[in-house]
Design a protein. Structure first.
Length: 119
């Protein structure tokens, strides 16, 4: 039969073991709570990381599509845009030429009338 001293040591050891098991169970519950919070932060359908990443990816795809459309719109195809710019510049120059020519004709006519008729 074990002695009273051995029984006391065994009781103390069991008590320490029980205390350590309780601490372990508390820590395990804390870890389980933390994991649940992490899971919520990742998988929440409205504010979770996956939903945010999905929103960013959708925005990126939309932005890239819009950007590609704008680049394609402003790209010169077969010189069409360049020719349109040249034609508009030529039209503006012709208007200026007509204004200058009209002013010269008016001035010459006014001088001729003043010099020949009024003198």
């Amino acid at each position: 039969m074990p002695s009273e001293n051995a029984e006391t040591k065994l009781a103390v050891a069991i008590s320490e073991l029980s205390s350590k098991l309780e601490t372990l169970i508390e820590k395990q519950e804390e870890v389980a709570d933390n994991i649940a919070k992490i899971k919520e932060a990742i998988y929440n359908p409205e504010q979770g990381l996956f939903s945010r990443i999905r929103e960013v990816e959708l925005w990126r795809d939309s932005f890239l599509q819009t950007f590609e459309e704008r680049v394609e719109y402003h790209t010169i195809k077969d010189g069409d845009l360049r020719m349109a710019q040249i034609e508009s510049t030529i039209a503006a120059i012709k208007r200026v030429q007509w204004l200058v020519a009209g002013s010269v004709v008016t001035t010459v006519t006014a001088l001729a009338l003043k010099h020949f008729i009024l003198t």
